[in-house]
Design a protein around this ligand. Structure first.
Ligand code: CO
Length: 144
C-alpha cells in the first residue's frame, strides 16, 4: 500500500514538474487600414466658351460645376435669377449638393460618379452648400 502511494506521488510530481509549454506568441489579426481615397489634383478650369460670353442677355443660362477630387469646381459661381446650375459628379466616392444656408433649400442626395444634379435658382441671394458625407466640401452660388 505504501509503495502504491509512493508511485502515485511520484507520478503527481512528474506531472507537476513537467516543463510548461512555451507561451505561444499572440497572433494579432492584421489591422485593416481604412481605405483612403486618393485625392486627385483639382481639374483645371476650362476657359469659358465664347458662346457663354456672347449669349444674349436675359436668356436663362446653365452654369456647370464639377464635383471632382472632393471639391466643387468652381467652388463659387455667380448667376442671375432664372439660371440653372448643373453639378456633374466625377469622383468614385459619392457626394451631395446640400444647401446649408440661402433663400431656398435643397438637397441633391447622394450622387454617384457620372450623375448630374440641376437646380434652377428663382430667388436672389447667396446659397452656401456642402457635401453631407464630407462637410469640408463647400461651395456657393450667388444669385443676382
Ligand atoms: Co463629398
Amino acid at each position: 500500500m505504501r509503495k502504491i502511494f509512493a508511485v502515485v506521488l511520484l507520478l503527481v510530481l512528474l506531472v507537476a514538474c513537467r516543463p510548461q509549454a512555451p507561451m505561444q506568441p499572440v497572433v494579432q489579426p492584421p489591422v485593416t487600414q481604412p481605405v483612403v481615397q486618393p485625392i486627385s489634383e483639382p481639374v483645371k478650369q476650362p476657359v469659358s466658351k465664347p458662346a457663354e460670353q456672347t449669349a444674349p442677355s436675359g436668356q436663362p443660362q446653365t452654369v456647370k460645376v464639377d464635383i471632382v477630387g472632393f471639391k466643387y469646381v468652381p467652388a463659387s459661381v455667380k448667376i442671375k435669377v432664372g439660371d440653372t446650375v448643373t453639378w456633374t459628379q466625377v469622383d468614385s466616392v459619392q457626394h451631395t449638393v446640400t444647401i446649408v444656408s440661402g433663400p431656398e433649400s435643397f438637397d441633391s442626395g447622394l450622387l454617384k460618379a457620372g450623375q448630374t444634379f440641376s437646380y434652377t435658382f428663382t430667388k436672389p441671394g447667396t446659397y452656401s452648400y456642402k457635401c453631407t458625407p464630407h462637410p469640408n466640401m463647400r461651395g456657393e452660388v450667388i444669385v443676382e
